[in-house]
Ligand binder design. Structure first.
Ligand code: SF4
Ligand code: SF4
Length: 216
């Protein structure tokens, strides 16, 4: 998520990425803060981003996707472009790997990447789950490429996500979320706001680490 309206907001954008990473890990307090921040801009595209982040958090905190990832075989970690790393991703990796981090990270100019196939994948699993980068935590609903593609084509919200055919886990999560959106629509005659959707999904028992109802 890049906020370019003025230099002060670029700084906010960097901090927001750090906070969003916490949210993507399942920290619901951080998620509420990110949603409040996005809502404060009153920009429709930020509303779309808020939905995509919620879809992703629901996927990240779900403990019941092992079968789907096993059947897929971990394609998301095997193929594709190198994974971009933010400075805070490097800090997280250093916590796990210490100085060995430089031996697995590729540096191009000032930018850092994890090459794919990723050395941290074992069979279909990630062996550094608590330390994985922002880009991994935002796959596939909220990756920055996907956000840009959806924002080009979507004026309405909640957005239809872009899910690769092989990502069985995301398909399963989206079918659950879509069901809740459709039910809400049937009852109230309108789509839920991002916050309403989040509260609805928490209420329905998505396995979030912290559960609370909040009005922003
Ligand atoms: S592509 Fe999707 S289903 Fe396959 S391992 Fe990655 S998250 Fe799991
Ligand atoms: S860090 Fe983990 S989630 Fe990310 S590509 Fe490597 S194995 Fe996959």
């Amino acid at each position: 998520m890049t906020i370019r309206s003025n230099p002060a907001n670029i700084v906010d954008g960097i901090k927001l990425h750090r906070l969003t990473k916490e949210a993507l890990r399942g920290n619901i307090e951080a998620l509420y803060t990110v949603l409040k921040f996005l809502k404060s801009f009153r920009i429709p595209s930020f509303n779309v981003i808020a939905y995509l982040i919620i879809y992703q958090v629901v996927m990240n905190v779900d403990n019941d996707l092992a079968n789907e990832c096993r059947r897929c075989g971990g394609i998301c970690c095997k193929s594709g472009q190198d994974i971009p790393l933010y400075p805070f991703d490097l800090e997280d990796l250093e916590k796990k790997l210490g100085s060995c981090v430089s031996s697995v990270v590729k540096k191009v100019g000032d930018n850092h990447y994890l090459p794919r196939p990723c050395v941290f994948q074992s069979d279909w699993r990630c062996t550094i789950h608590q330390y994985k980068p922002y880009a991994c935590l935002s796959y596939p609903f909220a990756s920055e490429d996907v956000q840009q593609q959806i924002l080009i084509n979507t004026s309405s919200a909640p957005p239809e996500p872009i899910i690769p055919d092989f990502c069985l886990a995301a398909k399963k999560i989206w079918s659950r979320i879509k069901l809740e959106i459709d039910k809400f629509q049937g009852i109230y005659g309108r789509a839920p706001t991002p916050l309403e959707l989040l509260n609805l999904l928490l209420e329905k028992g998505s396995t979030a680490k912290q559960r609370s109802q909040r009005t922003i």
